[in-house]
Design a protein around this ligand. Structure first.
Ligand SMILES: Nc1ncnc2c1ncn2[C@@H]1O[C@H](COP(=O)(O)OP(=O)(O)O)[C@@H](O)[C@H]1O
Ligand SMILES: O=C(OP(=O)(O)O)[C@H](O)COP(=O)(O)O
Length: 399
């Protein structure tokens, strides 16, 4: 689907609505705990400001009801520090005050409009044509000449600020979006053998990714780990014990065991399962091999063990391409970080490596790893692209 990039845009003197994704973890006092997502957009924003644009920034923070549902004031302050152009904050999104702030912008100035999700329609999903008629889009459109979407991490949401503007204004992708689409949209050109590592806790998404890439013959190996690996173990008839079964039930993923079993039946030769697991016993990490399952009833499977790490590492070492999403265990707890650290370290050495996901990126930072060819800014959006489904925000920009 061809989209227009910033190379196709005459920026000087135009007022641009620029949707970015700076949804970030916050400290208890409401400050930014991590500015990685802000830094990711520096290139796009600097370029637009350097080229004489008047930039109205649209973004969200958190979800209604969550602790991190907050003002974008700290984000604006941080962007002002990161960019060599003035960035202010407006505590309105599309009211008369917001429109005035946008209308008063001079060339090479930016304003961060308030959290789009403070407005209820923004937390609903609409087809693009309906999103174009929402209050936010309707009120702001007359103030804007152009719409730029750089919010790859939110591009799987069909919300007004993401899909509504391009039917009313010329639409372009920013540099983050452009690079994500280039890399993730061209997986079938990457070297083989191609190894997918599906870990983490988004079981339904990960099963959809595995199914899609196996069906399309994109994957030579699928290595399962994390909660996803545990679901596949149950699907293969292994008894991982009551604690892990309860966890999978509570997360609403029990029904996916049947889907995992169907995949194993069709593509069993390409799907790899953990050979062992790590549990906590008397405050210590204890590894249990599959032949000794189940663990005691209160012992949940929290990480893959050494035998799995060895087997998976060998496959990763021979990989042409590694595409990795999700940690192999509860890496936040050092006791259960081994699988994630070891497998990620091995993945860096692949000829070509792509990683995606918010927690995956956090794990990479925790272990101080560098050298991946592409670290996606998106979690859900990255997974959606890997399933082959079009992203609504990209579809809305496509001509
Ligand atoms: N065996 C496990 N049991 C419980 N939680 C796990 C396990 N393995 C991984 N996790 C959790 O999965 C979460 C990350 O999963 P996910 O959100 O799918 O990753 P990402 O954000 O990278 O897409 C982490 O919080 C991690 O603690
Ligand atoms: O953090 C985000 O997605 P991610 O957790 O999948 O990386 C995006 O900002 C989208 O947020 P949402 O999942 O509340 O729509």
């Amino acid at each position: 689907m061809p989209v227009q990039t910033l190379d196709d845009l005459a920026v000087q003197g135009t007022t641009l609505g620029v949707r970015i994704d700076i949804n970030s973890p916050l400290t208890e006092s409401g400050d930014l705990a991590d500015d990685a997502r802000l830094r990711a957009h520096v290139d796009t924003l600097s370029e637009l400001l350097e080229r004489g644009g008047k930039v109205a920034i649209l973004a969200h923070q958190g979800r209604p009801g969550s602790d991190d549902f907050a003002s974008l004031s700290p984000h604006a302050e941080r962007l002002d520090e990161l960019l060599s152009y003035p960035v202010t904050h407006c505590d309105a999104t599309f009211s008369a005050d917001a429109r005035k702030a946008v209308g008063n912008l001079r060339e090479s100035e930016a304003v961060v409009l308030e959290n789009t999700r403070f407005y209820s329609e923004e937390y609903m999903e609409f087809p693009a044509e309906e999103a174009a008629e929402t209050h936010l889009v309707d009120c702001l459109t007359p103030e804007l000449d152009v719409y730029v979407n750089d919010a790859f991490a939110a591009a799987h949401r069909s919300q007004p600020s993401l899909v509504g503007f391009p039917t009313r204004l010329p639409g372009y992708v920013g540099r983050v979006m452009e690079s994500e689409l280039d890399v993730l949209g061209d997986i079938d050109a990457t070297p083989r053998p191609r190894v997918y590592v599906v870990g983490g806790a988004k079981v339904s998404d990960s099963i959809a990714v595995a199914e899609n890439v196996l069906e399309r013959d994109l994957a030579d190996h699928v290595l399962t780990a994390g909660v996803v690996g545990n679901v596949f173990l149950f699907a293969d008839g292994a008894d991982l014990g009551d604690a892990s079964a309860d966890f999978i039930h509570d997360q609403g993923y029990w029904d996916y065991i049947d889907d995992a079993a169907d995949l194993l039946e069709t593509y069993g030769d390409k799907i790899h399962l953990p050979k062992d697991t790590a549990v906590e016993r008397d405050g210590e990490r204890v590894e249990i091999t599959r032949s000794d399952f189940p663990p005691n009833e209160d012992e949940a499977a929290m990480d893959v063990g050494d035998a799995t790490i060895t087997a998976y590492s060998k496959i990763l070492r021979d990989a042409g391409t590694v595409i990795l999403n999700g940690p192999a265990g509860v890496f936040e707890d050092d006791t259960f970080a081994d699988g994630t650290r070891e497998l990620y370290t091995e993945a860096v050495n692949a000829e070509y490596s792509i990683v995606g996901g918010g927690d995956t990126a956090a794990a990479i930072r925790k272990f101080g790893l560098s050298g991946f060819d592409h670290v996606s800014t998106g979690g859900g959006a990255c997974l959606r692209m890997l399933t082959g489904d079009p992203l609504p925000a990209v579809k809305a920009l496509s001509r």
